[in-house]
Design a protein around this ligand. Sequence first.
Ligand code: MN
Length: 439
Amino acid sequence: MTPIDDTHDPALRSWVESANDADTDFPLQNLPLGMFRGAGETGVLRAGVAIGDQVLDLHAAAGAALLDDAVAASLGGQLDGTLNTFMALGAPARQALRSALSAGLREGAPRQADWQRCMHAASSVEMGLPCRISDYTDFYAGIHHARAVGKLFRPDNPLLPNYTWVPSGYHGRASSIGVSGQTFRRPRGQTKAADAPMPEFGPSKRIDYELELGLFIGRGNALGEPIAIERSEDHACGVVLLNDWSARDIQAWEYQPLGPFLAKSFATTISPWIVTLEALAPFRSPFTRPAEDPKPLPYLDSADNRERGAVDIGFEVLLQTRAMRAAGLAPQSLMQSNFRDAYWTLAQMLTHHASNGCNLQAGDLLGSGTQSGPRPGQGGSLLELTDGGKTLLTLASGEQRRFLEDGDSVVLRGRCTRAGYRSIGFGACEGTVLAALTG
Ligand code: MN
């Protein structure tokens, strides 16, 4: 697994002053990758790295000979507006880039004026998708969510018997994935009230969010060649926050027998910066299970996975209604949870996905499933926080919610914190529900 090295030294400071703020998501120890262009521009997206409140243009840095030839060559394919080619190179290329950036951006580094000319204020750029996402799969690795939602549908049997054995997932829709700032129309679809004789077609009345982590694949595998769990993280690039927007009334009517379909495919929002596996190295934790639960089958088990398969990522969900925005009120926190509590690790999900020979490709996205915590009030969706829409959530503004209203914005946040290491964050993953299409 990814080693801890001098790029994680908590004493490192950057000559980019804002990167030294205690609260920044993007200190020198993070260095997440994304694609950007000037706000309002229409040109091709450029590869960048977030540092404090700045974005470093990697092409410009390569062009100014600030990166050595091998690192510059690894970025050479990026002028197509995606990171896929670089991601496919895997960990060695990411680690070489990380080392070069860590050296060039730290205090006392030479050629600071040259680096500075490759920087843009983050407030002056807009972010695009970091890569071309050919396939998107959403897992169901949050057991507290699975149990809470299962209880709503099957009070006597909340967790299906395969849950503790199989990392379940469904194949999601890649074309409707957008980055933070995404807006989408409230979808229309078929719904059926329990006591209605037949379904109706119209705007969903139960729009919800799901707090998830997204894993981007780096190096792919050939069709027919599974990925052993001991090597699964060689195929992972990094993670983002992911909001799997869900229309619960459409979902309830359509989900049997083949699972989610139009209830999920209308929009998915991710945070724009890929936090690399290298940046996450200090925040790894042991993967544990309750003693009474089955041990994972051998193909989903390894010493490394047991010792540090989990990742300690603190999550938060915030809501800002249209009225709150108009009144200048900040988004209100609804809950907090931690990715440590996931029932399956990233390595297990990745290995399971390829275990039948399915080929994963650079830029494929794997969602973690909703990351609810074990305690009441830690539901990662409104479905849980309002007990299936039966109770009302009262906001500080005095407004109440069962599900999302038009104009509501949901913000996901994530942050890794561990004593002895510099905290890193993800930036915002924000999306807004607009009124339904009419007609
Ligand atoms: Mn989901």
